[in-house]
Write a protein that binds this ligand. Sequence first.
Ligand code: DAH
Length: 357
Amino acid sequence: MSDIETIEAEALSAIGGANDLATLDGVRVSELGKKGRVSALMKTLGGMDPEERKEMGPKLNALKNRLNDAIETRKTILEDEELDARLASEKADLSLPPRPYHTGGLHPVMQVFEEIEEIFGAMGFAVAEGPDIEDDFHNFTALNFPIGHPAREDHDTFFMTPDENGERKVLRTHTSPVQIRTMMNEKPPIRVIIPGRVYRNDWDATHTPMFHQVEGLVIDKVTHMGHLKGCLTDFARAFFEVDAVETRFRPHFFPFTEPSAEMDVKCDRSGGNVKIGQGDDWLEILGSGMVHPNVLRNCGLDPNEYQGFAFGMGVDRLAMLKYGMPDLRPYFESDMRWLSHYGFKPWLLPSLSGGLS
Ligand code: DAH
């Protein structure tokens, strides 16, 4: 028998006879390791004349591959056997209570959704919802974004592949399209908030491609800017749990409201983190305005009979502010340490009488 055949026969028998992973690895080292028998043979190639080397090179390589394959196959079998043995010997006691670390918690975004719903619920608002995949009409056109209007470009929209009619649906860029759906389906008076996921192609410490908003819509026969300001100032006081919160309304532009305003709350930024209700700085919290007559008309409502106000706020950002989280990205990384640190106990429902947070 040649060296190759001897080594192969002996090695295969040692591999087949290895009954645990450590023994198998020992065989691998003594045959294929740096100082192993096959490696030693490989080293002799250098001293061979070219003809001989041409013949022996491929043979040695093939031997190496066959032994490697045999070791891998045996390894899989031994690993399966080891796992079977462990599964048979270890039993999970399902009657044991879970460890506190593994108790489910509420994500800060869900907590803030519930807080906002509690506050507006107490003011008589109902909750409305709409689809995440929207058409251009509801997401833009009916909201008075004319075709080709630059405000459409600001939204970094995710477009779906066009359907058979050439219509390109979008992942909704805001919760405002649900205003349209609500006004087209319900008779005023309307008083709804709309919590939901929204999508924009953006990614850094304060922007994620999916984030959360709460929209608000009030439509009635006598609704004016004073109602808007009172309602949203009350909201800010309840949400930040500070009675002294001061608000200011700064003129702004949104295509679907006229006039439009951003609401700021007074804050103190001096100590590194933001303290609401103190200091001399201002922090933008939400967008708002009186529903544009074109939007009312697009939904079949007569602007001479009905008016209303609307508002929209970013929930992830509100959660960051209220609970002191500096970066948005960990929100969606499912890191148990982050979740158990910032999560909320699921059974402690926020309530205005018992405390929101
Ligand atoms: N849809 C706006 C956005 O995503 C937010 C917004 C502003 C909603 C003003 C409103 C509003 O209803 O009145 O940027």
